[in-house]
Ligand binder design. Structure first.
Ligand SMILES: [Zn+2]
Length: 145
């Protein structure tokens, strides 16, 4: 862990993501998002502190594509969204993390894409931690083996 990194704190157990880890390998961890991006939004992040995509190892990079696809599949099956956004959050720089977010066509009537995510953060509608924990449990059970 480096400094006060939220991603590392959630991985190490210093803080607990809603419902705990959904999927974990040696190199990657999937959790429910703690930010105001709605129920079913998952975070895919390296288990070690990495702030630049260029610093991922070959092995980490090889695992990433299939992992993002599986996360999107799990979300598609559980949430029936019109689209699943997959966005990289790294500005700061912070511990890189991919946000895998179910979005409905109703949500996209105003802003969409990064503008929708910015609007959701501006609105600051906190995710119900119990609902997020229930979703995490369902996602863990639905994760392909
Ligand atoms: Zn970190």
């Amino acid at each position: 862990m480096v400094g006060s990194c939220l991603a590392c704190e959630l991985t190490s157990g210093a803080r607990e993501p809603p419902g705990g880890a959904i999927h974990e390998t040696e190199q990657w961890r999937v959790e429910h998002c703690v930010g105001p991006l709605g129920i079913g939004t998952l975070i895919v992040k390296p288990t070690r502190h990495v702030v630049h995509v260029a610093d991922l190892t070959e092995s980490e990079a090889a695992e990433l594509g299939p992992l993002l696809r599986r996360a999107a599949q799990v979300i598609s099956n559980l949430s029936s969204p019109s689209q699943v956004y997959v966005t990289l959050w790294s500005s700061g720089p912070v511990h890189i993390h991919w946000v895998v977010q179910p979005v409905t066509s109703d949500q996209e009537t105003g802003a969409c894409g990064p503008a929708l995510q910015a609007a959701m953060f501006a609105a600051g509608a906190a995710v119900d931690p119990q609902e997020a924990a229930r979703y995490a449990e369902q996602a863990r059970a639905a994760w392909p083996r």
